[in-house]
Design a protein. Structure first.
Length: 162
């Protein structure tokens, strides 16, 4: 019996996803969480901070870090996790590895989606960890449904053919 991406992801709680990050990231996230922010709010805060500190290095005018960009990131993570065909190869490679550690999962997702959101993997990694931390509080099927996917046992989706 082969393992599904849903089973792999649901094996870890929020703390496990956050623990994969460097300590200085963990400390910031823990501080914001203790201040009452949700993981989604922390992701938004993180994006705003990243935009503020990296804007001088961009080739264009600074773009505001806002809900549409976070939504785009969530859409891509959902596409990966909930079965969009464009990520079939990456999902299959992840499942074949047999090492389903949070660090490997976060890295694989970050690398896979970086080409679609045009953001460096290093910027994506903490956001992906925060999205997965949020996901750990609910079932993956429920999360996929809220993101517009109907997940099948095969790991492929009936909806959103992105």
């Amino acid at each position: 019996m082969s393992v599904t991406i849903s089973e792999v992801v649901q094996n870890f709680n929020a703390d496990a996803w956050i623990a994969t990050l460097p300590l200085y990231h963990q400390d910031s996230i823990i501080e914001l969480k203790q201040a009452g922010q949700t993981y989604d709010e922390i992701a938004d805060t993180w994006l705003k901070a990243a935009a503020m500190t990296t804007a001088p290095f961009s080739s264009g005018a600074p773009q505001p870090a806002n809900a549409p960009f976070l939504k785009k990131l969530k859409d891509e993570v959902a596409a990966f996790l909930c079965g969009a065909p464009k990520y079939n190869s990456e999902r299959q490679k992840l499942l074949e590895q047999g090492k389903h550690l949070p660090t490997i999962i976060i890295s694989t997702i970050s690398v896979a989606i970086s080409q679609y959101v045009d953001v460096a993997v290093g910027v994506l990694t903490p956001i992906v960890a925060l999205i997965l931390a949020t996901l750990s509080a609910i079932s993956m099927n429920a999360w996929c449904a809220t993101m517009g996917y109907e997940q099948k046992e095969t790991g492929e989706s009936d909806n959103k053919t992105a």
